[in-house]
Ligand binder design. Structure first.
Ligand SMILES: Nc1ncnc2c1ncn2[C@@H]1O[C@H](COP(=O)(O)OP(=O)(O)OP(=O)(O)O)[C@@H](O)[C@H]1O
Ligand SMILES: [Mg+2]
Length: 246
């Protein structure tokens, strides 16, 4: 089972859009796939039309008063399940701290479904937290979307420093460019500078209104525009990521 988390300290960079589309594509490839929505905003759950049935499920999974299997919902798509977000996830950080061993809970919980899934995608909330530490520890790949601007370079350096400070394996961190506008000089110059750092995938996700429409269509782009440019870009990037993992 490969655990891939979508993360950035910064909000609004395309984490959820990527998580939703990669999970859809992994399932379309025939891999048994689980998406765990850890962001109390619940955007990934919204795109899949999923709502938790167990009250405060994130809290209960963590407390182990509910087995993780009970929080898993099927989606409308073959081979794709989801653990929807719920508002109890707001308090995850405090809960993790209270349970002592703040790094290992998610990894241990996911071991319970290791035989059932080939891929687990985790959609993280932005920011630095015990939740993020836990997810980093559990993940094989921490995938960070980076909008190619000066401010994002700073964020990127902060995340690398955070990994170093926390003793998290540096090789787990992989990045891709997100919301790229190649008409902007700053974007092309930043991409060129950062590509020298071999942590970045060659394929990237452009800024496309077809992706924004996910909120109206309530679905991954592969569902409502399977032959469009957005789906092509996510597919090319997912294939590149997959190749590195399998
Ligand atoms: N490549 C893109 N082109 C155009 N719009 C995009 C693209 N990627 C994401 N968006 C839109 O930008 C907004 C933010 O994207 P998304 O929710 O994926 O970011 P996020 O990093 O998960 O945000 P948060 O930190 O709030 O969880 C959404 O409205 C989404 O539809
Ligand atoms: Mg998000």
């Amino acid at each position: 089972m490969h655990i891939i988390s979508l993360y950035n300290i910064k909000g609004g960079v395309g984490k959820t859009a990527a998580c939703v589309n990669f999970a859809y594509m992994a399932a379309a490839d025939g891999f048994r796939t689980l998406l765990w929505d850890l962001d109390p905003q619940g955007a990934a759950s919204f795109y899949y039309g999923a709502q938790p049935t167990v009250k405060s499920s994130t809290k209960k999974i963590l407390e182990q008063s509910v087995p993780i299997q009970e929080a898993i919902h099927p989606t409308a798509y073959t081979d794709l399940d989801i653990i929807p977000a719920d508002l109890s996830a707001r308090k995850l950080d405090v809960m993790l701290e209270a349970t002592g061993s703040v790094k290992k809970q998610f990894k241990n919980l996911l071991k319970g479904v290791a035989d059932e899934y080939d891929f687990v995608f985790v959609d993280c909330p932005p920011g630095v937290s015990h939740v993020a530490d836990n997810v980093f520890f559990a993940s094989e790949v921490v995938l960070m979307p980076v909008i190619p601007t000066t401010l994002s370079i700073r964020t990127y350096d902060q995340v690398k420093q955070y990994f170093a400070d926390k003793g998290i394996e540096d090789s787990k961190l992989s990045c891709f460019f997100s919301m790229v506008d190649t008409r902007k000089k700053m974007h092309t110059e930043t991409i060129e500078a950062l590509l020298a750092d071999n942590r970045f995938f060659g394929h990237y996700i452009p800024y496309l209104s077809e992706i924004e429409r996910m909120g109206i269509r309530n679905a991954p782009v592969g569902v409502y525009a399977p032959n469009g440019y957005a789906a092509t870009c996510y597919r090319a990037l997912w294939d590149e990521i997959k190749e590195g993992v399998l």
